[in-house]
Ligand binder design. Sequence first.
Ligand SMILES: [Zn+2]
Length: 335
Amino acid sequence: MKRVYLFILAALLLAVTLVSMISSCIAAEPAASTTGTERITEEKTEEKTEKRPETIPEITEAPTQEMTEAPTEPAVETDAPTEPASTAAPQTEPPVTQKQEESTKKPEAHTVDVAPLDPDKKYVAITLDDGPHPTLTKKFTDKILEYNGKVTYFVVGDRIKGDMQEGIVYAHDHGMQVAIHCWTHDHYYNKEPKYYHEEVYNTANKLNELFGEWPTIMRPPGGSITESQLKESEFAVIIWSIDTEDWKHKKNTDENPKSKNIETIVNNCLYDSKGRFNVENGDIILMHEIYENSYDAFCIIVEELHKQGFEFVTVSELLQNPELGYKYYSANKRK
Ligand SMILES: [Zn+2]
């Protein structure tokens, strides 16, 4: 009997061992599959994190581009609000901040050394627009030097090359004032702020590059400038008090002879419609340096003004360094 009991006991033990082995095997299966899933999810996560760096640069690149464009664009955008409502005082503030920022980047010389004027003398500033010119720039300079005088050139930036550049360098070297007119001679008062800035600053940079001096004054083509452009300008804006209208009289034809045209330009400058002498102390005279007739008329005008006791000074001398934010018509009139 004892043997039978021992056999049953051994069989039971065997059965228990088998059951526990089977159950441990069954338990191991899901565990292995779980680790498998975890590994897959880990791999997926790895894939995701590996892929992210690929997409992150794309994302970070985009803002970086926006950011690099930003410094130039706000300069334009901050201008924009002043355009439609230039009378609204609060909106003029952004350009002021911008002006401060820009002025820190640029050379400081926004004034030039000018000798004080003698209150007992009479002065005019003759201004010559639209150059430089291959030959006439130099001729105007030489002519005014005969009177120990100076003129002011408002130049077109993209014409400053070759012999035209030589002409304006000659003028500057002989004490003439060289200032900003525009870059292409396209009117910019009615254009996008960015366009206006390019026209003005391309020319300013060109002059600074040539002479190592930041220009202090500008004259917009046609004398046209908006209030917002005027308020934000880093250059005093110079108009004129006497318009010779020389550009209308540049021809030399049988019907429109040179002598008649020169006479008209001289009369437009010196006399009013009733033939009375019209030039006053402090006047700014507008002429153009690119026409032969203008040069011939200029020779007669300066001779006559000299006889009348006038001296010829640059615009900055006449106005004793004009203030920003104003339009100057003469030494006696600004707006
Ligand atoms: Zn012009």
